[in-house]
Design a protein around this ligand. Structure first.
Ligand SMILES: [Cu+2]
Length: 175
């Protein structure tokens, strides 16, 4: 007798579970049809702000004198976008130069060396004139006379050294 080996045919009803992944676009909020509110690609890269001082020295002049002390004046105009500062001044006719200011002391105007460097604000100006800020020229080798010229070297924090020639004028022609 044949062993009939019945292979148990196991019908595996495999229920193929088609896992249909439905990708739900729950974050779809794309409704900006006009593009308003998004970054405009036309914005140009802005130049570095607050870095450049562009100085112009206007009307440099020195006062005539009969002794060994005189004063020089000028206006510094800053058309840049950064504040600059006047750090020091030298002159070819003087071995001692100071930046002075006028102050009231007990009802009397007196002058003194400024304590901090004078500032030239961006877009602004610094004015040195009789009765206000001035460059004190001391230890003059000889009195300054009208028609003479004084070479001043101004040193600024950002702009570096700027040389100007200041004609000597009578005090009456200063203002
Ligand atoms: Cu002075």
């Amino acid at each position: 007798m044949d062993w009939k080996r019945w292979s148990g045919l196991v019908m595996l009803g495999v229920a193929a579970v088609a896992a249909v992944a439905l990708v739900a676009c729950g974050d779809d909020d794309d409704d900006d049809g006009d593009g308003a509110g998004t970054a405009s690609p036309t914005v140009a890269a802005s130049p570095t702000q607050g870095q450049v001082a562009k100085l112009q020295i206007i009307d440099p002049r020195a006062r005539d004198t009969t002794n060994d002390v005189s004063a020089a004046y000028f206006t510094v105009k800053n058309t840049g976008d950064a504040t600059d500062r006047l750090l020091s001044v030298t002159a070819d006719v003087s071995t001692k130069v100071e930046v002075h200011e006028m102050v009231m002391e007990g009802g009397t105007a007196k002058m003194q060396a400024v304590k901090a460097p004078l500032e030239i604000p961006a877009g602004g100006e610094l004015v040195l004139k009789p009765g206000g800020y001035h460059i004190m020229l001391m230890n003059l080798a000889s009195p300054l006379k009208e028609g003479q010229q004084v070479k001043l070297t101004l040193t600024f924090e950002k702009s570096g050294k700027i040389e100007v020639t200041a004609p000597v004028k009578k005090i009456e022609a200063m203002n």
